[in-house]
Design a protein. Structure first.
Length: 279
């Protein structure tokens, strides 16, 4: 690999380290405090122990425009259990004190504004957050948040979509730190059985524009080991898996103690595929 990623934060270091071993990065997403803080903690630990390279934690919001039904339901459960941004950041602090796995937060702009951008980023940084994704904040309006995040050593990760223009993609690649979050299909999040040819084409297009300046990770609809290896062979540096993991947790609400076993098993299979599919 010829990649010379420009940031030296923990996230891009992880991508570099794995690229050197011909391995792809698996970003594993869970909704914070779903279905409750204790269960979330056990589930997150199982994903890390199963091989997740980066943990992505959702902070729920009442109007999650990018989320499909699986993650929306998880957000509702977390809010019903009393989840707040501050409490979830405290739990992230517990995780970051136990593991070196980089942690990314995904949340909407409203919860950040409610706390205050400066306060949010300070709290997040103190608790070990390394990156942030804000799906409803357009790139053109994001400079203030990005500047404050970077000042607190938090990478601002931008989203790109299949229909993003070349000009806009170039700006996203230039501004992104950590990785570019490539939405590899149209629509909201949710597990899909098959990977569309469009997803692979989008990966190739964005990767060729990135020219190794920043890692490219593909998400939305990734649920099978073969999805992982296909996307990595197409040139992605990493793959983001979310809804299928959240769905696994949701299938064990009656016996939450069982969920970590299945999550770890799933993650182990996905991680194995990344080693086979890495370029």
């Amino acid at each position: 690999m010829q990649d010379n990623f420009h940031s030296d934060g923990p996230i891009e270091r992880k991508f570099r380290e794995l690229a050197n071993r011909a391995d792809g990065v698996i970003v594993a997403y869970l909704m914070g405090h779903d279905p409750d803080p204790k269960s979330f903690m056990a589930n997150a630990v199982s994903l890390i122990e199963g091989g997740a390279d980066i943990l992505e934690v959702g902070i729920p919001f009442s109007d999650p425009v990018a989320d499909g039904p699986v993650i929306q339901a998880a957000g509702t459960r977390a809010l019903s259990a009393g989840a707040t941004p501050r409490k979830i950041l405290d739990t992230i602090g517990e995780l970051s004190s136990q593991f070196t796995t980089p942690i990314v937060v995904l949340t909407y702009y409203n919860p950040i504004l409610a706390m205050g951008i400066e306060q949010f980023m300070r709290n997040a940084s103190e608790k070990g957050v390394n990156g942030i994704v804000v799906p409803d904040l357009p790139m053109e309006e994001s400079d203030r948040l990005r500047d404050i995040a970077l000042r607190h050593n938090i990478d601002h990760i931008y989203l790109a979509a299949p229909n993003t223009s070349r000009k806009r993609l170039v700006s996203i690649i230039e501004k992104s730190r950590g990785f570019v979050y490539l939405v590899s299909l149209y629509g909201v999040t949710g597990p899909r059985d098959t990977l569309s040819p469009q997803a692979l084409e989008t990966v190739k297009r964005v990767k060729s524009l990135a020219k190794g300046r920043v890692p490219v990770s593909a998400g939305f609809g990734i649920s099978q080991p073969e999805h992982v290896s296909s996307l990595l062979r197409a040139g992605a540096d990493g793959v983001i898996v979310g809804s299928s993991l959240v769905r696994t947790a949701a299938e064990h609400l009656d016996d939450p103690g069982e969920a970590p076993y299945y999550l770890k098993k799933t993650m182990t299979a996905l991680k194995q595929a990344s080693r086979q599919g890495g370029c």
